[in-house]
Design a protein around this ligand. Sequence first.
Ligand SMILES: [Zn+2]
Ligand SMILES: [Zn+2]
Length: 445
Amino acid sequence: MQIRFWGTRGSIAQPGPATLRFGGNTSCVEVRADDGTLIVVDCGTGAHRLGKMLAASPEPVSGNLLIGHTHWDHIQGFPFFAPLFVAGSRWDVYAPGGGDRKLQSALAGQMSYEYSPINLDALSADVTYHDLTEGVFEIGPVRVTTQYLNHPALTLGFRFETDEATAIYACDHEPHSLHPLNAPAGAEPIHHEDRRHTRFLEGADVVIHDAQYTLDDFPLKAGWGHTPLERCVDYAILAKTPHLVFTHHDPDRDDEAIDALLDAARERAASADFCPLVDAAAEGMTIEVSRHGRPRSHRAPSIRSEGSALLSVSPRRASTVLIVDDDPDMVLLLETTLRADGIRVLTAVDGDSALEVARENRPTLIMLDLELPSRHGLEVCRAIRAEPDPRLRDAPILILTGLKLKETDIVDAFTAGATDYLTKPIKPTLVRSRVRGWLLRTSGA
Ligand SMILES: [Zn+2]
Ligand SMILES: [Zn+2]
């Protein structure tokens, strides 16, 4: 398997003399299987030059375009990707969706009359759009496994496996929790979802991962949906990744700043028992991915996503979310946010009525404040986990809290049966993607 970087920048393109070495174009990576199968991952501005190279071929070039999410820095190259304008070529375009043609409308939106001289109907290639959820699908000899990332838009990470090699692409992603704080490099995360993320990375020969920020940046950047470099290195140590390539470089960092990050990342890696090779992604950089001499049996299995990642476009049953909070402003914010996504919302203001409403309606997901009148949130959580009806007992519970949680509080919440937690102030875009991800994972909504 061969990987080539065409765009390594996050958020906005940043061309100029200060970014010549690591590159100024936004996300785009070319993955080639040994039989020539072409997968383009993300379609930021870097896709323009890749497209020119492909379109220069005497024969129409067909391929597969995988988009982790549809923020601008991952799709702005789409209207400029030349192979899409070559008659006789065939392109399959994949991105996370809800089974309601969201991908096609998101791409058409940025190409509408106000923004673009060419609309989506003008593409000459035979293009098929596929909405994805978590699961597995195949592209030629490549088995692709998808897993949701934590970002303020529904976002998938991709795992590419062939008989010869495994590569992971995980952009854009924020740890669910930074706990344990001040831990040595490679410490196991506290949050279930962070552990699940590292399991997704296990067994890969190369991991390409978002590291737009550092822990020092985080007081201002929490909730923006990106990984601090230190945690990115920790993931590679934990997952025993032989080769980590960090990418999605912040537009405010010039080449020298990325050199400094690379030194810091290598130093952190060297302090652990298992020391991954660390590189910073650079435009034009090519990697031959192989198993680094490890026998195949030592490869960790991919996550147990037995189901297909391909969503059908038929309309699905509406999901119901129960919001339990005694703060009317918070309830209004959450209700408005979720209703915009077509979700049916129920509310309760104290622990007793929460249990009543939950038993009567069996919501698909419960958002639960901790400090409630009549019963504490954790008590409600434990009561739901003890219910006889599995449809209620197994519903995901997202804890909401305005408290700055200590490590022990988080452990208590998980012990009581919480699935996940969100800390106030709550960012509506993050709530929307997190809830949508849970609904898709648990009920196929
Ligand atoms: Zn991005
Ligand atoms: Zn993004």
